[in-house]
Design a protein around this ligand. Structure first.
Ligand code: OSB
Ligand code: MG
Length: 368
């Protein structure tokens, strides 16, 4: 596939409600929409870097720089065969996984459009719909949290994840568990604890949680091994797993029993599939994480989560949980059984709503 041109669009979209985690609170979500022109076709990618380096070190600004000055120049005018070929061409860029993954997504979309095959088929996905849950941000109080969770359960979500941070952990989680004794429940700390403070979470071990996500430092594997030894509940790693190599190390040192897979965090869908394959061989459950994606990234997550090893519900909620207006013509809705349909069309299977893209774009740059 000859790469004729690439455009970057800096998007800022209002969220339907503020999203607060241990690293900050957002009322809007920034990202980069990447469009790639190749031999008369257009591929879409979403780079999930945010405005601030709260989740990881990358931001829209760093990703724009890496894409513009390194990744795009390595591709323009070149004949890129597939995702593996793309990864070889950008191998000399160290790190910057979110930047690399955004462009890889557009390569997959082009590949699917050329071959008239869905991304699900290209990746080896098997399901037509995937089980999903909802990630609930920190709320004003445990009472407000219980009300919010109740609304999501009434909408049909059967798996709830709540964000925690020091001082807003055991009481919040206990309140939700008491109000909803049988709901599938898990918590996410986004690296807010240290080995010194993590034992304050000990009471969570009696709340029948599916997992405790990323309690310690975003670059740590080994200290999570001590935490997993102290808890009956499975530790799940998100931030710390940036490659299949890290996943293998984490499993070999018993740093976790479950892995959250996000294509963005690991440099692309191809590495995400590699982690899935590794975990499946070892019978380690995985699930698909989310980064508040637009319809473009959401379509990609649904295709990934259709692979057989994704045995736990993903953080892939309906479009309406995030955005009143999205940039794709397609909107994703929740089925009554807490699933979302995987797109069937070629590539990602979504189409941009150009008026919405224009409305949310702060800046565009095209490279030929
Ligand atoms: O840690 O899983 C996370 C959103 C932004 C950054 C990090 C995370 C999240 C979420 C939201 O939990 C998941 C979603 O997209 O619904
Ligand atoms: Mg997480």
């Amino acid at each position: 596939m000859k790469i004729d041109s690439v455009s970057l669009h800096y998007l800022r979209m209002p969220l339907v409600s503020p999203f607060e985690t241990s690293f900050g609170r957002s009322l809007e979500r920034d990202c980069i929409l990447i469009t790639v022109q190749s031999e008369g076709l257009e591929g879409y990618g979403e780079c999930v870097a945010d405005r601030d380096p709260g989740y990881c070190y990358e931001t829209v600004g760093t990703a724009w720089h890496i894409l513009k000055d390194y990744i795009i120049p390595a591709l323009l005018g070149q004949d890129v065969a597939d995702a593996a070929d793309y990864q070889r061409r950008v191998r000399r860029v160290r790190g910057h996984m979110l930047a690399k993954a955004g462009l890889e997504m557009a390569i997959w979309d082009l590949l699917g459009k050329r071959q008239e095959r869905s991304l699900r088929d290209l990746l080896g996905g098997e399901r037509r719909r995937v089980e999903v849950g909802v990630s609930v941000g920190l709320q004003a109080s445990p009472e407000v949290l219980v009300e919010q969770v109740g609304r999501y359960i009434a909408e049909g979500y059967r798996r709830i994840k709540i964000k925690i941070k020091p001082g807003r952990d055991v009481d919040d989680t206990t309140a939700v568990r008491q109000a909803f004794p049988s709901v599938l429940l898990q918590v996410d700390a986004n690296s807010a604890y240290s080995l010194e403070t993590v034992m304050t979470l000990r009471p969570l071990d009696d709340l029948d949680l599916l997992l405790i996500e990323q309690p310690l430092h975003e670059d740590d594997l080994w200290e999570h091994h001590y935490v997993q030894q102290q808890f009956r509940t499975a530790i799940c790693l998100d931030e710390s797993i940036i490659s299949a190599r890290h996943a293998r190390a984490a499993l070999e040192m018993n740093a976790c029993r479950i892995i959250n897979i996000k294509a963005g965090r690991v440099g692309g869908l191809s590495e995400a599939v590699a982690i899935h394959n590794l975990c499946r061989e070892r019978r380690v459950p995985v699930w698909c994480g989310g980064m508040l994606e637009t319809g473009v990234g959401r379509a990609s997550n649904l295709a990934l989560a259709s692979l057989p090893g994704f045995v736990l519900p993903g953080d892939i909620s309906a479009s309406a949980r995030y955005y009143a207006e999205d940039i794709t013509q397609e909107r994703f809705t929740l089925n009554p059984d807490s699933t979302i349909d995987v797109p069937e069309g070629p590539g990602l299977g979504v189409h941009l709503d150009q008026a919405a893209v224009k409305k949310f774009t702060l800046r565009t740059e095209t490279f030929k």
